[in-house]
Design a protein around this ligand. Structure first.
Ligand code: CUA
Length: 333
């Protein structure tokens, strides 16, 4: 090959490489990482991307050079020369990709193993998914449960996920990892948050009419703020058990209720409940929780609200929740 050809091929390759690198670097493909696991995933992405850009540059250079150099001349009606391949080239373009793909596999396997390893003593938080809310139960004597996830920064956490009805999926984009919550089995997810801040948890498994609203706040805070949150939450729990049930059972994910500060509109507002046919308010509220399709408010559909609260709430919890809703009616005080 002449020296001029080699220079041209090199220029095409460098240009293709620059173009691909600009697309890779300037487009924000991934959210900014907030966990060690996501950092490792990002490393894997970049490792693979650099290899892809190199392969793309070589292939693009060969194509552009061939198209320009071997273009058929006007008036040339002759057949091309018969070609029987090139054993040397074929060995090279098989061996090099084999090595690269093996390297990507090894890096991915190491990252997967590390991202599943929470170390000897992780914080264990139980996550319960249900249509259409998340509940988080924290370790420790106080038995704190909440509808938002609060995590101390720089500490490995092992979430144990469970579902009471259908399959849901736990995903916080900034944490990188994702895991299904499946009824009947327990799945786990390891997170080591390394940046404080507010993040959004979303359900990523189509789980019913309220799927799109099945979100929760995630707060990553310092260890002392985490301890404060646990202390406040356990103090709050003893103050109004009804409010605690409202929060942890996820009522606020679908219903507006002013005393709880929620404004969702998947289900009817609970601020001014009007029992049909002169039924006592307390009885109507209780029936609507355990048998939600018995009476459907105008403008709403049956089958949306889970029918599982009779099983998932204890009698005390149900009593507390009914009382909380009765007390919170507009004009009752
Ligand atoms: Cu739960 Cu989608």
């Amino acid at each position: 090959m002449r020296r001029g050809s080699i220079v041209r091929i090199t220029i095409y390759g460098v240009l293709a490489g620059i173009l691909a690198s600009v697309v890779a670097v300037l487009v924000p493909w991934l959210p900014t990482s907030a966990s060690e696991e996501m950092d490792r995933i990002e490393f894997t992405f970049w490792f693979t991307t650099v290899i892809c850009i190199a392969v793309f540059s070589v292939v693009a250079a060969a194509i552009v050079y061939s198209v320009l150099k071997f273009r058929v001349q006007p008036e040339d009606e002759s057949d091309g020369p018969p070609i029987h391949g090139h054993t040397g080239l074929e060995i090279v373009w098989t061996a090099i990709p084999a090595v690269l793909v093996t390297a990507i596999s090894i890096v991915s396997a190491v990252v997967l193993a590390k991202n599943d390893d929470a170390g000897p003593n992780p914080l264990q938080i139980a996550v319960t998914a249900q249509q259409f809310a998340w509940k988080f139960e924290y370790p420790g004597e106080s038995k704190v449960a909440s509808g938002q996830l609060v995590l101390p920064v720089d500490e490995p956490v092992r979430l144990t996920l469970n579902s009471v009805d259908v399959i849901h999926s736990f995903w916080v984009p900034e944490f990188g990892q994702k895991s299904d919550a499946v009824p009947g089995i327990q799945t786990t997810l390891v997170i080591t948050p390394n940046r404080t801040g507010q993040f959004a948890l979303m359900c990523t498994e189509l789980c019913g009419l309220g799927h799109a609203t099945m979100r929760a706040h995630v707060r990553v805070v310092t260890r002392s703020d985490y301890d404060k949150f646990l202390a406040n939450a356990s103090a709050g729990a003893s103050k109004n058990p009804g409010e605690t049930v409202f929060t942890t059972a996820g009522c606020g994910a679908c219903h507006a209720f002013t005393p709880a500060g929620t404004d969702a509109q998947v289900g009817p507002s609970l601020d001014a409940i009007e029992p049909p046919g002169g039924k006592p308010l307390e009885e109507f509220i209780r029936e609507s929780i355990v048998n939600p399709d018995a009476v459907i408010a105008a403008g709403f559909k049956p089958g949306v609200m889970p029918k599982t609260f009779n099983q998932t709430l204890s009698k005390e919890e149900l009593d507390a929740l009914v009382q909380y809703l009765v007390d919170g009616q507009k004009g009752s005080k």
